[in-house]
Design a protein around this ligand. Structure first.
Ligand SMILES: Cc1cc2nc3c(=O)[nH]c(=O)nc-3n(C[C@H](O)[C@H](O)[C@H](O)COP(=O)(O)O)c2cc1C
Length: 315
């Protein structure tokens, strides 16, 4: 399956594994890239030396393109960019924030800029700044998320920008891929769906928790300095909501929330960890390998094209 995204990134299928701090580590990134998608290293909290080690680890596991995700506001941004450039990372992934230094430093090295945005105006700005393509995440998505659903946001962005758009937030199967293409995207990026895969290096019980969760089991916590985060409901998320209702200060909430992603995804604490996950949990019901998952999604999407055409013509 070819789109402008597969051509731009040099990958076989228009499927990207969304960056996930503490989760999208070398085994998952490499498995996705080896299967013909694009794996993204979740490096938001990595120091420069850790980043280099992780990149080298990925390079030992795959020869295919992959990306590194980091925060534009990271105080060590210059050193992180040094590592990314020195290690010849093909694709840079980042979120909202000032991308000036990233663009200035990466474009001349031929690094593809693939930021993730949650609003039309931010996608337009990313295009003006020099991004090669943009991932657009709707509110269904796991982790930090906006207000507008993918079915509205993706076509709005696709109509507004000329660069290729990748749809994120709520995608997990062949129907989703086909729908994303119909909405004007040229690929999908999935976070939550890739957590429940064999190669994802997190405790098995967290994957099972996601498989058993329904579409109604997530909640958006306006925690951590006001950043909205979609997580699975548990004791910790419930407590955060109660703290907010009691008007506990953002600072105190931030202290309370510190280290909770790690608690969930490294320690497997399902009660007290923050299990970032999207509403797509409702359609996740197995733990395949990344290769099985990606090939199934592409095949199901392709198999549905002709029946869909017939359905439309029959009416
Ligand atoms: C556990 C988890 C951690 C995440 N961490 C990051 C991150 O560090 N940086 C980032 O840009 N996005 C992060 N995201 C968002 C994903 O990259 C992706 O855009 C999102 O999961 C897409 O929605 P979906 O969960 O419905 O597939 C995270 C999402 C999850 C579920």
């Amino acid at each position: 399956m070819k789109t402008r995204i597969t051509e731009l990134l040099g990958i076989k299928y228009p499927i990207i594994q969304g960056a996930m701090a503490w989760v999208s580590l070398p085994p998952l990134v490499a498995a996705v890239s080896n299967a013909g998608g694009l794996g993204i290293l979740g490096a938001s909290f990595m120091r420069p030396d850790e980043l280099r080690e992780n990149i080298r680890n990925i390079k030992e596991l795959t020869k295919n393109p992959f990306a590194v995700n980091f925060m534009p506001e990271n105080p060590e941004l210059e050193q992180l960019l040094d590592v990314i450039i020195e290690e010849d990372v093909p694709v840079a992934s980042y979120g909202k924030g000032n991308p000036r230094r990233i663009i200035e430093r990466t474009l001349s090295h031929g690094i593809i800029n693939l930021p993730t945005m949650g609003a039309v105006k931010h996608a337009l700005k990313a295009e003006q700044d020099g991004a090669h393509a943009v991932i657009v995440q709707g509110t269904e998505g796991g982790g930090h998320t906006g207000y507008i659903s993918s079915s509205i946001l993706v076509p709005m962005v696709a109509k507004s920008v000329k660069i290729p758009v990748v749809a994120a937030g709520g995608f997990g199967d062949g129907r989703g891929l086909l729908a994303a293409l119909a909405l004007g995207a040229e690929g999908i990026s999935m976070g939550s769906r890739f957590i429940a895969t064999k190669e994802c290096p997190i405790p098995h019980l967290v994957k099972e928790w996601i498989v058993n969760a329904s579409e109604k089991d997530t909640v958006v916590t306006d925690n951590l300095t006001g950043i909205r985060c979609r997580v699975l409901k548990n004791e910790f998320s419930q407590r955060l909501i109660e703290m907010k209702e009691r008007n506990v200060s953002p600072w105190e909430m931030m202290q309370h929330a510190r280290g909770r992603f790690k608690k969930a995804f490294l320690e497997g604490d399902l009660k007290e960890g923050s299990i970032a996950c999207g509403q797509v949990a409702g359609i996740i019901d197995d733990i395949p390998s990344c290769k099985e998952l990606i090939e199934r999604i592409v095949k199901d999407a392709e198999d549905m094209i002709i029946p869909m055409k017939e359905k439309v013509l029959a009416s």
